[in-house]
Design a protein around this ligand. Structure first.
Ligand code: ACM
Ligand code: ZN
Length: 749
């Protein structure tokens, strides 16, 4: 009987795809990210085991270093150091991995490589040590995900294949803002490893800001004594990198074939430097290191020679620490208000025949460009450096969309593309999804092929106002994986569903590497959360390799909480809190939803009602709705509709509307406010819609059970600045969502 069952199963096994079989007997289907230019998989595997040799060319120091790097990676997984031997480039040595530059195809360029795996041997060939290093990352990713976890085995299997690979762009970067929140030296080194793993090659290290100066400058010690620390309540927050720290990080990055580009911000975003040296400002100060986010008015004085002496001194030390060809000098978001009022700045405008403060900014950047040029370095600035005239040899980093990229490339300048639409890793995963960043193309279609050559590549920007170090992983990952492929792989190979397939394996590698990537919480599909008899709780399907766990008492779910297996009913009020749990145990943040059992609210006894709502109008500045009920309005009156037409200015006001709303039938009603900034909607004393706080136009909803008739309604809103909006809508039994019409709004006479 047993033999029979086995015999029946065998053909089944043979028909199964390789990646569902035990990885001990066969290598998994390759899932390399970023996708190589050419990959041809053949039958069989190479056994990487205790007898494997690593052979490198004799005499090539940096090639040998890549050999040792590979040996170190393997040492953990084999619990043994593999010998690295010099060889006169002999191929096909049994059980050997050969790393060589001999005979490499020059078309592979600075970073390309060829990898041939046969049952007998592995040959990695590239014109440069950098290319070999990139190829080693491919070898790592051809091994099972557990390889990265430091789990020791006696042997690992590589699939037999041929890979030919090189990057689409030569600039594949990540910006880390270590100013808004400090990152430790170890954390930066970890990111260098993570970048290397994804074949990224630039770490853009944002080192100076309004809220902190993070690089030791020996000539100007107060920059870090004062500028590296800010007040947070009674505490001090901050930190900086000593020059020894910087050298260590730069050397580490070099060993990973990653260029570190420092950013020293000027003329704006310089409040921390001005706190240390207030004489460098237009007004003389005094200043504090910034403690709020946003743009500061005080900037370096463009009319003061001491500022240029200071910056030359700073840049001399920076250049000595960073071997990279490029130095980033910021140049973004520099308000001109101080320059407009400053005698020195105005004198400079007159003497240099400048048209205005924009040309003064251009003058500033051009002088800095001159300093860097004398030091044989290339200046990079954000796209604001285009305003008032671009410095002749500057490279432009386009962030306010792609227009800066188009303008600079058209003028023949090199460009790095990192538009907010696709590349801002501080933005939420809702606004920039993995799929969106995967679709990023750094080259605007408007450019001619000749102009397009100026697009060096792109960058993901990890600003950290809202991300202390422990949050950085979940902002950067998995989006960095999508960006890496967008920047490395040939455009014609980009394929979201194939990438998604490979990401399944890649998530397991990220687990092994201890990357705390973002996991989307479960999606609630239930439309009603207020109910009379019972509610149905419905989640979007979690997919094959994840599950949903939930609680009903408001506590955070664990892996042992209730398992969601399909829609379920509630007949009492409950708070449903759910998490998505991935294969391997990694969990999303919880999502919480209150399901409320209500009875129909009876209408108010009918009084003498007149059309429209009463309103009260207030002026002031808030960051959330104040207690308007306790405040004196500056104007009152009757409003026909729910809206802000009757305001007296566009910024710094609040409004309150009170009266009654008539509803036609018994049932559940949904109310919506779409506002900028905050708003709330009450029926009687129940807060139905909570949409408070400073925010862009945003809609929030809430529900309540009402009997037919007139119910007291109160809507409050405030506006700080910027966009301005209030739209109130509702839906109910027998009618779809609509703006609340004036015909249902009343007030008591
Ligand atoms: C920037 O995001 N201010 C470059
Ligand atoms: Zn000035």
């Amino acid at each position: 009987m047993r033999t029979l069952i086995l015999a029946l199963m065998l053909p089944l096994l043979a028909a199964m795809p390789a990646d569902t079989l035990n990885s001990d007997s066969r290598a998994a289907k390759p899932a390399v990210i970023p996708r190589p230019m050419v990959m041809k998989v053949s039958r069989g595997t190479f056994i990487l085991g205790l007898e494997t040799l690593i052979l490198v060319e004799i005499g090539e120091g940096d090639v040998r270093a890549v050999g040792y790097y590979l040996s170190e990676r393997l040492a953990v997984a084999l619990n043994r150091n593999l010998p690295v031997r010099g060889t006169p480039s002999r191929e096909g040595v049994r059980r050997a991995i050969l790393l060589t530059t001999a005979g490499a195809d020059p078309d592979l360029g600075d970073e390309g490589y060829e990898l041939t795996v046969t049952k007998e041997s592995v040959t990695l060939r590239a014109p440069t040590a950098t290319g070999l290093f990139r190829g080693v990352q491919t070898i790592r990713q051809l091994l099972p995900p557990e390889f990265e976890a430091g789990e020791a085995r006696n042997e690992w299997r590589l699939p037999c294949l041929y890979v030919k690979d090189k990057p689409r762009y030569r600039w594949r970067g990540l910006l880390l803002d270590t100013c808004r929140h400090f990152m430790t030296k170890e954390f930066i080194k970890r990111y260098i490893d993570l970048l290397a793993y994804h074949k990224m090659n630039v770490l853009h290290w944002h080192l100076t800001e309004d809220q902190g100066w993070r690089i030791e400058i020996k000539r100007y010690p107060k920059l870090t004594e004062i500028g590296a620390w800010r007040g947070e309540g009674d505490a001090r927050y901050g930190g900086f990198y000593s020059q020894e720290d910087i050298k260590e990080v730069v050397a580490y990055a070099q060993s990973r074939h990653i260029m570190v580009v420092p950013e020293i911000e000027m003329p704006g975003h310089s409040q921390a430097a001005l706190a240390a040296y207030p004489d460098l400002s237009c007004t003389g100060g005094p200043f504090e290191v910034g403690t709020r986010w946003g743009v500061y008015s005080d900037v370096y004085c463009a009319g003061n020679e001491k500022v240029f002496e200071f910056l030359e001194g700073v840049l001399s030390e920076v250049v000595a620490l960073f071997p990279a060809q490029y130095i980033h000098i910021g140049g973004d978001e520099c308000p001109k208000s101080r320059w407009e009022e400053c005698e020195k700045c105005q004198a400079r405008i007159r003497e240099d025949d400048l048209a205005d403060e924009h040309e003064l900014q251009s003058y500033f950047i051009k002088r800095i460009e001159g300093i860097l040029k004398r030091k044989n370095r290339t200046l990079i600035g954000w796209d604001e450096i285009l305003e008032g005239g671009l410095a002749p040899s500057a490279t432009v980093q386009s962030w306010r969309g792609m227009s800066g990229a188009i303008e600079a490339a058209t003028m023949g300048h090199d460009v790095i593309s990192s538009p907010t639409s696709h590349c801002y890793l501080d933005y939420s995963h809702d606004s920039i999804s993995l799929e969106k960043i995967y679709s990023f193309d750094p080259t605007p279609p408007e450019l001619t092929p000749e102009q397009a050559k100026h697009i060096l590549g792109g960058e993901g920007n990890m600003w950290t106002e809202h991300a202390p170090q422990e949050r950085v992983d979940r902002q950067v990952f998995p989006r960095l994986c999508g960006l890496a492929e967008a920047l490395w792989s040939p455009a014609e190979l980009r394929n979201w569903s194939d990438f998604s397939r490979r990401m399944k394996t890649h998530y397991r590698r990220l687990n092994s590497l201890g990357v705390n990537y973002f996991i989307p919480p479960p999606t609630v599909l239930s439309l009603d959360n207020v109910f009379l008899d019972e509610a149905t709780v419905l989640f979007e399907d979690a997919g094959p390799s994840a599950e949903i766990r939930y609680t009903l008492d408001g506590s955070d779910p664990t892996r042992a909480s209730l398992l969601y297996t399909g829609p379920f009913r509630l007949n009492e009020s409950a708070t449903v809190t759910a998490v998505l749990v991935r294969e391997g145990g990694r969990m999303s943040e919880p999502i919480r939803m209150d399901f409320l059992k209500q009875t129909l609210r009876p209408p108010d006894p009918a009084g003498d009602l007149a059309p429209g709502l009463k309103y009260r109008y207030f002026e002031g500045h808030w960051t959330e709705l104040p207690h308007l009920e306790d405040m004196q309005p500056s104007t009152t009156g009757t409003a026909e509709t729910l809206g802000i037409a009757l305001r007296e200015r566009d910024e710094g006001f609040a409004m309150e509307f009170t009266g009654h709303i008539g509803v036609p039938a018994d049932g559940i009603y949904t109310f919506y406010t779409d506002s900028d900034d905050g708003s709330r909607l009450y029926i009687g004393s129940t807060l139905v819609v909570q949409n408070d706080g400073l925010h862009a136009p945003r809609e929030r909803r809430g529900q309540i059970a009402l009997k037919a008739g007139a119910h007291p309604i109160r809507v409050t809103m405030f506006q700080a600045g910027g966009d301005l909006r209030l739209v109130v809508s509702h839906a109910g039994p027998g009618f779809a969502k609509q703006t609340v019409p004036s015909s249902v709004l009343f007030h008591k006479k």
